[in-house]
Structures are given as structure tokens and as C-alpha cells.
Write a new protein. Structure first.
Length: 370
């Protein structure tokens, strides 16, 4: 993979401010490592068909011997266009598959927007931060997301800030949209979210709960909500992480009995310092640990925002932290950042920026920056 400064735009295929192609896949040479580029770069990542991967703020799930990367397909329009912002979709949630995590094949749309104005999936809209887990009992793949109905602008009324749910019999099939709701009460708006599946098979929806009604719950605080056994609805059991107010972009992983929750501050599209929390019970209490980022270029999460952490198959205690470097000038030119999660002690984790790295040379805690 080549850095963004070493490749030239293809004018005939230019979109936004110039659609930049990676020379390796254009020439047919497969990728052999992760190329995050310099902290200030927006490095394009092409699928095996030579097109930029367009799966934003989603996640990666392993199924049927492959990794499956999914996310919301954005449009090549600037955020400044308030009517048809590039942070919205008229396409839906898309998926890619890979056996090595470097080379991804387009699997197409798995949850499509509708052209029917009466449909809850009518675009432009948002399936923000979609996450998929597999239910071993029902054999269903279940997706939850931050649902924002047409015209795709965040709002306080129901339908403009809710939890959307969909399911499918196969990981890469056509998901059926099952509706949207607010997990705890109708007064609490749903913002950034994620899904977490525990070792015992129980599942949890973790989200930034935004309460605008005056009272003790006023404000934005991260909450953990237990899901029903089929993962399709919320139960009445939840936990308020009281010391995680004004935090968003939740990313959870578990190692050696510790739950780690990596979060971002609420500064819109501006990059900010990450903060993470630790607990021995998913329902808390959570200890605030601090910024997980180490080394140079810390203080703004390496100019990116977390979206998910997933485990590498066959590699003990190996997790990759996936983040996105949002490009507000043209959201489809945002880049994806893949970083190894390292554990310097039994109860702490750290993230260090590597411009390039590969799975065969997993950087140990304390390793120097490449």
C-alpha cells in the first residue's frame, strides 16, 4: 500500500476534491499490510475491484471462515451542504469480505434504503454506527444502529434519534429492518452506539443516552442496556455509567475478565482526546483510566475516532482497534485506521500509532513506532 502523498489522483474518476487511487490494487498487486499513513493523511483503501471501500463507522465480524466488514455507504457530498450532507446515505449498509484483513471483496448492500417516501428507510437517512453480532440460539445475525430517519438530520422527536434493529439468516444476506425504538424511555434520544456480546452469550446495546427533559437524568451519559435472548429488543435491565458523561463513540472489548470501554469526547467532527474505562462487571462500576493513546501525536486520538475493536482469529489476546479519520470536506474521502491493541499490564491497554504494520509482526507493548 502506498501513502497518499506518493500517489496521483485519477482525474477521470475524480469525486469531491479528487478521488485518490492506491496504485497497488490498480496494478493488480494485493495489499500485504495495513497502511494508515501519516496522522495528517487520508489514505484511500480500495476493494479488490479497484473501488474505494465505502463502509463508514461500522464493524468487522468473523463468519464462515472470513472477516466481514460492514458500514454505512456515504455520498460524495460535503457536510457543508445542509440539505444533502455527505454524512447521510441513500444506499444503506454495505459489506465486504476478506480472508486476510487487507484485501476486501465487495459483497454489496445488506440493508438498503428505500425509494418509497412512506418507508422508514427512505433516504437520505442514517444507519449510524451499525454493529452486527450472531445469536447462537436463533442462528440469526442481528444488527443494531443509531437510526436517523429522513431527511437524516439529528433531532429530538422519535424517528430522528433512535435504535434501529435488523436481522438476517446469513451474515452477508439481505437484512430485514424490524423497526426503531428508544431502549429505556421515549424521552431519551439515542446517539452513538455499539453492540457487545459477552462470553456467556448475553448481548448489550451500549449508547450515548441524550435526555433533554429537565431532571436528574438531564444530559448525555453512556448507558449499557441488556438485550433479550434473541437480541432483537432491550430488556428493562440497564446501567448508567455516571462518570462517562459527554462521551460518545463507545468501543468495548473484554480481556482476562476486564471490560474496557474506549470513548471519544463530544466535539462533533473535530478530533479529540480518547478516554477509556475499566470494569470487572459489565454493569459496573467503571473506573476512568485515561487516554489509551501513547507515543507521538497523542491528544486527539491520532486525528481519528474509534468505531470498533475486534479479535483476530487464532491469535490470543489480539484485538484491532478500528477508527475513522473523518474528512468533513468530503465524507467519502474519510480514511480507516487499524491499530493493534496492546496490554502493558494485566489491567490496562494502550494504542500506539503505526503508519504501516502487518499481522505477522504484531507490535508488542512498548515497541517503537514504525
Amino acid at each position: 500500500m502506498l501513502g497518499i502523498n506518493s500517489i496521483k489522483p485519477a482525474p477521470a474518476l475524480a469525486v469531491c476534491f479528487g478521488l485518490i487511487f492506491q496504485a497497488s490494487l490498480v496494478s493488480g498487486e494485493p495489499y500485504a499490510d495495513f497502511n494508515n499513513g501519516a496522522v495528517t493523511n487520508y489514505v484511500k483503501w480500495l476493494d479488490t475491484g479497484g473501488k474505494p471501500i465505502n463502509a463508514h463507522d461500522g464493524g468487522i465480524i468473523y463468519a464462515n471462515g472470513k472477516y466481514h466488514w460492514y458500514g454505512m455507504a456515504l455520498r460524495p457530498l460535503p457536510v457543508a451542504n445542509s440539505t444533502n450532507g455527505g454524512q447521510k446515505t441513500v444506499m444503506g449498509v454495505v459489506m465486504y469480505s476478506s480472508s486476510d484483513l487487507y484485501n476486501w471483496t465487495d459483497e454489496g448492500v445488506i440493508l438498503a434504503c428505500s425509494t418509497n417516501p412512506a418507508s422508514p428507510l427512505y433516504g437520505p437517512m442514517r444507519f449510524e454506527r451499525p454493529k452486527i453480532i450472531h445469536n447462537p440460539a436463533t442462528k440469526k445475525y442481528v444488527m443494531w444502529c443509531h437510526y436517523v430517519g429522513t431527511p437524516g438530520n439529528h433531532g429530538t422527536r422519535i424517528g430522528l434519534g433512535d435504535a434501529g434493529v435488523a436481522s438476517c439468516d446469513t451474515v452477508n444476506g439481505q437484512y430485514t429492518f424490524l423497526g426503531y425504538h428508544r431502549p429505556i424511555d421515549t424521552n431519551s434520544i439515542v446517539r452513538d452506539c455499539t453492540l457487545f456480546q459477552d462470553d456467556d452469550g448475553s448481548a448489550y446495546f451500549i449508547y450515548d443516552r441524550d435526555v433533554r427533559v429537565p431532571g436528574p437524568d438531564f444530559g448525555r451519559v453512556l448507558h449499557v442496556v441488556k438485550l433479550t435472548d434473541d437480541y432483537l429488543a432491550a430488556t428493562g435491565t440497564f446501567y448508567k455509567i455516571t462518570n462517562a458523561s459527554a462521551r460518545e463513540a463507545p468501543v468495548m472489548l473484554k480481556r482476562n475478565g476486564f471490560y474496557y470501554l474506549i470513548t471519544s469526547g463530544e466535539t462533533g467532527w473535530k478530533f479529540n482526546r480518547a478516554n477509556y474505562y475499566r470494569a470487572t462487571n459489565i454493569f459496573g462500576p467503571y473506573t476512568e483510566v485515561g487516554d489509551p493513546c501513547v507515543g507521538p501525536d497523542t491528544g486527539a486520538t491520532f486525528d481519528s475516532q474509534g468505531t470498533q475493536a475486534f479479535a483476530i482469529q487464532g491469535k490470543k489476546d489480539a484485538f484491532i482497534f478500528v477508527a475513522e479519520r473523518h474528512n468533513t470536506a468530503c465524507m467519502t474521502d474519510s480514511s480507516y485506521i487499524f491499530l493493534p491493541v496492546r496490554f502493558p499490564s494485566p489491567d490496562t491497554l494502550e494504542l500506539q500509532y503505526f503508519e504501516r504494520w502487518d499481522l505477522n509482526h504484531w507490535p508488542a507493548a512498548g515497541a517503537s513506532r514504525q
